[in-house]
Design a protein around this ligand. Sequence first.
Ligand code: GUE
Length: 290
Amino acid sequence: MKLLDGKKCAESLVADIARKVAGYEESGLRKPHMTVILVGEHAPSESYVKSKIKSCEKAGFEGTLLRFPDTIREAELLEKIAEINADQTTDGLIVQLPLPRHINQQHIINAIAPEKDIDGFHPTNFGRMTLGQKAFRPATAYGICKLLQFYEIPVWGKHCVVIGRSNIVGKPISIMLSNDFDIGNATVTLTHIETPRELLLDETRRADIVIVAVGIPGFVTEDMVKEGVVVIDVGINRLEDGKIVGDVDFENVQKKCSWITPVPGGVGRMTVAALMINTLMAYQNNFDLV
Ligand SMILES: Nc1nc(=O)c2c([nH]1)NC[C@@H]1CN(c3ccc(C(=O)N[C@@H](CCC(=O)O)C(=O)O)cc3)C=[N+]21
């Protein structure tokens, strides 16, 4: 078994970005700028946002964290977003999810200017990505593609099984793997929590690559996968003792894997790296650099 080291891959990608940014600065341009909006106090969000800002520092980006109380009204948040949309000095904008329940997540996502939507959550980007047009790719799915590429894991013609159909991970990664652009040309089965057990097992036991994003610790067990499988664990679950685990019974499943992502140190890191790549792309678009 070999580890798909998301930390190492992310650091290498961020170092590449930092070199490009240094070059842009030498030619007199401002730094790329990512703004993150955080509403309320949510411990995991605090930690994710911190890693985004830290990554900005490493890449030579400007990183701005805007905090709002969880009592902020949807209309006020929409106004803030409109302000940042109009601000020429911000290239990328993230509104950290989840949001408080009185705020409609879709209204917020739809309000972000597509050209600043480095999460790739806006319907314009999602649609363009699906159709093979230039778009910001949803960051976690894009990060997974980058990780597979970094380790030269063949995807072409492989049977991939995705477990979980969320708009932020399962749906986009299943599209990206099956597209003939992106890393593409895999044959993909998109399964989810309602897939009958027998059908799920039929699929996962034949899979060359299993990608799981369901948010259930230990969901993927040893008996569900074949020898030599590649396993991508998108889950981040906090146990009562504070330990963070993925959706895979790592200890037992790893024995059958050719490659597997650890949690932490796997896909989470790649999500942040993909956001950095998207921010650089937004910046390059602003300055007509590519
Ligand atoms: N608008 C929006 N965009 C997001 O990209 C977004 C979001 N909302 N909401 C929550 C999820 C989750 N997410 C992660 C970011 C970093 C790590 C990360 O760096 N994890 C490290 C450390 C984990 C830890 O110690 O907490 C690791 O896995 O090694 C994980 C997960 C971004 N998300």
